[in-house]
Write a protein that binds this ligand. Structure first.
Ligand SMILES: [Zn+2]
Length: 368
């Protein structure tokens, strides 16, 4: 029997084949013209920000800064049946028809290149592999390093660089095949996970918790009042926050909203849509590496309380090539057993030390 692995990092190089290049010509021509008009109004030349270099930067950083207890495993492609649990068959057919082509899928510049459909199948399948690994007990926790990301993809629509909703496919698989009925999905990406919300909007067995930068920030959804509907009323939890919100706001939301919600819901499995664009270097919010570590520690505690620690992370956004790898590293470090560091206020320690250094410099002369 294989030794129990504490943390498994799932990575499959086929996710690098998705590489839209704006110099290529795209289908359909009408959408291509419209998007080029939009891009032409920008002051700087536009490059596709969700590119393969994101994942190679993460892998390189992890090789240079290995974490004991983190094991590497390869992924697999999701089948049409697995994707069909959250996407319609008509949508899948449209996407499959784009294999080998360059095409725009949305005016928000979601695009495919010839290798994209294979990458998207592997991204969703690798998220499933991560969930299978924690469900079987082979791993205590897992992280699927995948792209294209997934949380903006709706049942019938690709959006926001996302083709298939990886985390939703993984949740549906856990319910259908692994006997894990109640799934909690935590989305800490800077952007609201509109696709995940849509897919499970009326589903009482999936609790979707999403903290994100508030509308009008992309995609503009995720209002406080959006709590689900029908049987799923109450199992969608949105926490919109303003630009610049950071560690203290995120951790307050975890303590005061996420933890009571989990205690009420009692999940069998926890999934995290882990976007690292909430880091301050990505310029939308103000989370630090210590913040990502502390959030991971809080989620791990909830998973241990309710579901024997079953916890899988799926990569979403994060576009700064310095903070993305270091953010992933901070999460893996805590999953592997490091004690999270309580985030402080940036610069506070340094100012305290400086105050001590200068303490004697400005003492008023004693009165004679
Ligand atoms: Zn994002």
């Amino acid at each position: 029997m294989a030794a129990k692995r504490k943390v498994t990092l799932f990575y499959d190089e086929r996710v690098l084949a998705h590489a839209p290049d704006t110099d290529a010509s795209f289908l359909p021509a009408r959408l291509d013209r419209r998007i080029r008009q939009i891009l032409a109004t920008l002051n700087v030349p536009w490059k596709y920000p969700e590119h393969p270099g994101r994942l190679t930067a993460i892998m390189q950083y992890l090789e240079q800064n290995p974490i004991e207890g983190v094991h590497l495993a390869s992924g697999r492609a999701a089948t049409a049946e697995e994707l069909g649990r959250v996407h319609t068959s008509a949508y899948l057919k449209d996407i499959y028809d784009l294999r080998g082509k360059n095409a725009w899928l949305d005016v928000d510049t979601t695009a495919v290149s010839p290798g994209s459909i294979d990458s998207a199948e592997v991204a969703a399948g690798t998220a499933i592999a991560a969930v299978e690994s924690v469900a079987s007990g082979e791993s205590e926790s897992a992280f699927a390093l995948v792209r294209p990301p997934g949380h903006h993809a709706e049942p019938v629509r690709a959006r926001g660089f996302c083709l298939f909703n990886n985390v939703a496919v993984a949740a549906a698989h856990a319910q259908a095949e692994l006997g894990l009925e109640r799934v909690m999905i935590i989305d800490w990406d800077a952007h609201h996970g509109n696709g995940t919300q849509d897919i499970f909007w009326a589903d009482p067995d999936v609790l979707f918790f999403d903290i994100h930068r508030a509308s009008p920030f992309y995609p503009g959804t995720g209002a406080l009042e959006d709590i689900g509907a029908g049987l799923g009323e109450g199992t969608t939890v949105n926490v919109p926050v303003p630009a610049g919100s950071g560690d203290a706001a995120y951790l307050k939301a975890f303590r005061e909203i996420l933890e009571p919600a989990a205690n009420w819901f009692k999940p069998d499995l926890i999934l995290v849509s882990a976007g690292f664009d909430a880091h301050w270097m990505d310029l939308a919010l103000n989370v630090s590496y210590e913040g990502f570590g502390a959030m991971t520690g809080a989620i791990r505690a909830v998973a241990q309380r309710h579901c024997k620690g079953r916890l899988a992370f799926v990569l979403e956004g994060g576009y700064n090539l310095e903070s993305l790898p270091r953010g992933v590293h901070a999460v893996l470090n805590v999953l592997a057993g490091a004690e999270p560091i309580e985030p402080g206020i940036c610069g506070f320690k340094e100012v305290e030390a400086a105050a001590l250094f200068h303490r004697d410099a400005f003492i008023p002369p004693e009165d004679e």
